[in-house]
Design a protein around this ligand. Structure first.
Ligand code: NAI
Length: 320
């Protein structure tokens, strides 16, 4: 029987908390003692209109169960205003869950510039603006937990979601750098890749799946990532249906594209070693950009020192 994880004294901002996943995050955080800013613009799932109702209903739910919360009706695009609500109401911000989102699904040919821009503004720019505003406070207090919300649509692509996929993969890149910049100040940034029944996925997910994909099953994973005891930084966590896993990028072993340093890289050589370039049987995960550039230095060193074995090992192909 582990001690209950509490958030007493912590202030959490949850964007898009008027419905779906965000609402569950807000409710769970508040039930564990956090003071919560329930941000929601209250528009439609395609980003039209605005209303105070979405945020107000969740604030009321939290207050009824004895928790503390305030509503914020700004668009996340005005991130500084969202964070200002936390500072005005509670004097600090410890946790930011970037969750607000919309869809404008269209095939690539039919995606208008407006659909592209609005989806990017809400997901990517909105997360940037809120994070930038919160980061300042987190740095001063030497504590922060930030969540970016990505999607399998970004990781794998999904028909009709060019704008959304691009924005969701952009959030992975944003999280990678925020994680690095925050580390020394105990500001950790992680990515959630959820699949949940909400108005966003209604009619998209198969009915049988839909009923089992309750947002409440994901909330404990995201809220755990926001706890001071969680040491993860820069992780991508996929969760749904009461299951979760870490997701990694991997890199193959690769192949050298020329026999010696003085030699050019030819098209034919590339064609010859292509199966090695794309062979993932010895793929590994790299932890940092330095490891990527470090391995390039190694390739050059091997070519320079004409270390036959090392070069052979990295570029040899069948008929040599
Ligand atoms: P939802 O539509 O129920 O909730 C999103 C909330 O964000 C809504 O209440 C909406 O009013 C609010 N919102 C939209 N634009 C806003 C803005 N500019 N400023 C402030 N609030 C705004 O959808 P759901 O499913 O709960 O999605 C939450 C997040 O999870 C989104 O970022 C979504 O892209 C992501 N996601 C959801 C998946 C799912 O299976 N439900 C899959 C992958 C990612």
């Amino acid at each position: 029987s582990a001690a209950k994880l509490r958030f007493d004294g912590r202030v959490a901002v949850v964007t898009g908390a008027g419905a779906g996943l965000g609402r569950e995050y807000a409710l769970l955080l508040a039930s564990r003692g956090a003071k919560v800013v329930v941000n929601d613009l209250g528009g439609s799932h395609v980003g039209e209109g605005a209303s105070t109702r979405a945020a107000d209903v969740v604030v009321e739910e939290i207050r009824k169960m004895g928790g503390e919360a305030v509503a914020d009706y700004n668009s996340v695009i005005d991130g500084a205003k969202v964070i200002a609500t936390a500072i005005q109401a509670f004097g600090r911000v410890d946790i930011l869950i970037n969750n607000a989102g919309i869809l404008r699904d269209r095939s690539i040919i039919k995606t208008s510039e407006q659909d592209w821009n609005l989806v990017h503004d809400v997901h990517l720019k909105g997360s940037f603006k809120c994070t930038q505003a919160a980061f300042e406070h987190m740095k001063k207090q030497n504590f922060g937990r930030i969540i970016m919300t990505s999607s399998n649509s970004g990781i794998y692509g999904n028909f009709g979601q060019a704008n959304y996929s691009a924005a969701k993969m952009g959030l992975v890149g944003l999280a990678n750098t925020v994680a690095i910049e925050g580390a020394k100040n105990n500001i950790y940034c992680n990515v959630i890749i959820p699949t949940a029944a909400s108005r966003m996925t209604e009619g998209i997910l198969p009915d049988m799946l839909f009923n089992e994909l309750k947002p409440s099953l994901i909330a404990p994973v995201v809220v755990y990532l926001c706890h001071e005891s969680c040491e993860d930084n820069g992780s991508y966590i996929e969760s749904a249906a009461g299951w979760a896993t870490k997701v990694h990028t991997v890199r193959g072993k690769g192949a050298v594209l020329r026999p010696a340093l003085e030699e050019p890289v030819t098209l034919e050589y590339v064609q010859n070693v292509w199966s090695k370039v794309t062979d993932m049987s010895e793929a590994t995960h790299l932890n940092a950009i330095a490891e990527a550039s470090g391995s390039l230095l190694e390739v050059l060193e091997n070519l320079k020192s004409n270390d036959k074995d090392a070069v052979e090992d990295s570029f040899s192909f069948g008929n040599r």
